[in-house]
Design a protein around this ligand. Structure first.
Ligand code: SAM
Length: 255
């Protein structure tokens, strides 16, 4: 397997992600609670893949799960260390990590796998996940759908806090199936001191057929799909969903 340097595109974005997006990642707890928690042991070993600033990992750890968080960005992990003190954190690339097959649950939330820009590399992620899981384990991840990109990836947003101004612009190129998110962060520290960070993040829309084929090639044959329509989690149908959830079950060879 090829060895890639851990992706660090989120490094300059980590501070504002931790303030504006990290806390909202707790919304995924509702979906995890619906689809995963009822099916696992109270002390299950959980891998939060692309854990970002660690809010979700921290919450699960507080509830008694044994959680490992993995992310490519050193700066995102810096905040995860504070937000998830009971979680073992690793800096690695989701496309080429190797962990013992110890996990009962692998979660990967909030568009993280849309950052994987080719189907082949998405399959690499699935293979690494599969190799890290126990028989009977569950792998839940979400992806932005084309509907989601069209609904939410346009326009400009500006927010000012005590110590920074964030201006972000999002767009979706339908022809290239590529989402582009640009942000300018102006940090201010006291009277005149200011510094500016520019961030560009790319996301790929992967069709459901491509994702299911990649999962099957990586050994995930038992896959349930769910669509998020507003607040509703709709089993099966992804036609109108803003976001797709994939719940994959590893066969339990002990049965
Ligand atoms: C949108 S954030 C989601 C973070 C977190 N899951 C949450 O719910 O808040 C995407 C995360 O994926 C990480 N990431 C993107 N590509 C990655 C890769 N190839 N390997 C590891 N982490 C990656 C980024 O560093 C970032 O922390």
């Amino acid at each position: 397997m090829k060895s890639l340097p851990p992706p660090c595109v989120y490094d300059p974005f980590a501070y504002v992600y931790n303030v504006h997006w990290g806390p909202t990642s707790l919304n995924w707890l509702r979906i995890v609670g619906l689809l995963v928690i009822p099916r696992v042991d109270a002390t299950a070993r959980v891998l939060d893949l692309c854990c970002g600033t660690g809010q979700l990992a921290g919450e699960l750890s507080e509830r008694g799960y044994r959680v490992v968080g993995l992310d490519g960005s050193r700066q995102m992990l810096h905040y995860a260390r504070k937000n998830a003190p009971g979680v073992h954190l690793l800096q690695a690339d989701a496309r080429c990590f190797g962990l013992r097959s110890a996990f009962d649950v692998v979660l990967c939330t909030f568009d993280s796998l849309n950052h994987i820009l080719s189907v082949d590399e998405l399959e690499d992620v699935f293979r690494c996940v599969r190799a890290s899981m126990r028989p009977g384990g569950l792998f839940l991840f979400d992806l932005n759908t084309e509907t989601g990109y069209r609904m939410h990836w346009s326009g400009r947003r500006e927010v000012t806090t005590e110590d920074h101004t964030l201006v972000s612009r999002a767009s979706f190129d339908r022809k290239r199936q590529l989402g582009v998110f640009r942000a300018t962060v102006v940090h201010s520290a006291g009277s005149n001191a200011e510094w500016v960070e520019e961030v560009v993040l790319y996301q790929r829309y992967h069709s459901m057929e491509q994702v299911l084929a990649g999962l099957a090639r990586a050994g995930f044959n038992d896959v349930e799909t769910y669509g998020l329509e507003g607040d509703a989690v709709v089993p099966g149908c992804l036609d109108h969903a803003e976001r797709a959830f994939f719940l994959c079950t590893v066969p339990d060879t002990s049965i």
